[in-house]
Design a protein around this ligand. Structure first.
Ligand code: GRF
Length: 195
């Protein structure tokens, strides 16, 4: 008998191309997860419109409304996730640091995609930094979220070459293709309990 699909929330702040790759993968009947909800902390995130156009429920929880009260923002987020019966959370270009409390609520059930071969180049501006460091290869990592940023257990990685003449933009585009490949694969693994 087929297992019930895991209900996934994708958290975004902007463009949402990784969100789109997860939505696309989840259209397959055999995929073990469904994208039940897309949440953005920014009302103007381009990904929200794309999700709605695909008939996916969206929510906006504007962090600015909570001022400096990070935990109040996260409690509102947690309430929405609970109300939608979410099993797994995928961060996809979600630009908020999360508190240990929230991370603890989702331990082993929250994934992030990072545009570098972790543990190299944690944090922002990874493509600029990889070029500045003269890296020969670069790539993307999907990992479980742990309280320390970009440091949780790795689920999947993809390596891409750094080519002569690369700019941060050309390199980012090559890495992004890899991201769109590995995020759906990693979510599948987690949803099937194989991670
Ligand atoms: C991606 O490069 C992702 O790895 C990073 O932020 C970017 C988000 O892009 N965390 P998108 O919104 O998924 O298009």
């Amino acid at each position: 008998m087929a297992m019930p699909k895991k209900r996934v929330a994708v958290l975004i702040s902007g463009r949402g191309s990784n969100m789109a790759s997860l939505i696309e993968a989840a259209k397959d009947d055999g995929y073990p997860a469904e994208i039940a909800l897309v949440v953005s902390n920014r009302r103007e995130a381009a990904g929200l419109g794309q999700a709605r156009a695909q008939g996916i429920t969206t929510a906006v929880i504007d962090h600015a409304q909570f001022g400096k009260d990070r935990e109040a923002f996260e409690r509102a987020l947690q309430d929405v996730l609970t109300a939608h019966g979410i099993d797994l959370v995928c961060l996809a270009g979600f630009m908020r640091l999360l508190t240990p409390w929230f991370v603890g609520q989702w331990q082993g059930r929250m994934l992030n995609i990072h545009p570098a071969l972790l543990p190299a180049f944690k944090g922002l501006h990874t493509h600029e930094r990889a070029l500045a460091a003269g890296a020969k290869t670069h790539g993307a990592t999907v990992h479980f979220v742990s309280p320390e940023m970009d440091s949780g257990p790795i689920i999947a990685q993809a390596e891409v070459p750094v080519l002569p003449g690369d700019t941060p933009e050309t390199l980012a585009a090559r890495v992004l293709e890899a991201e769109h490949r590995i995020y759906p694969q990693a979510l599948r693994q987690v949803a099937e309990g194989r991670a």
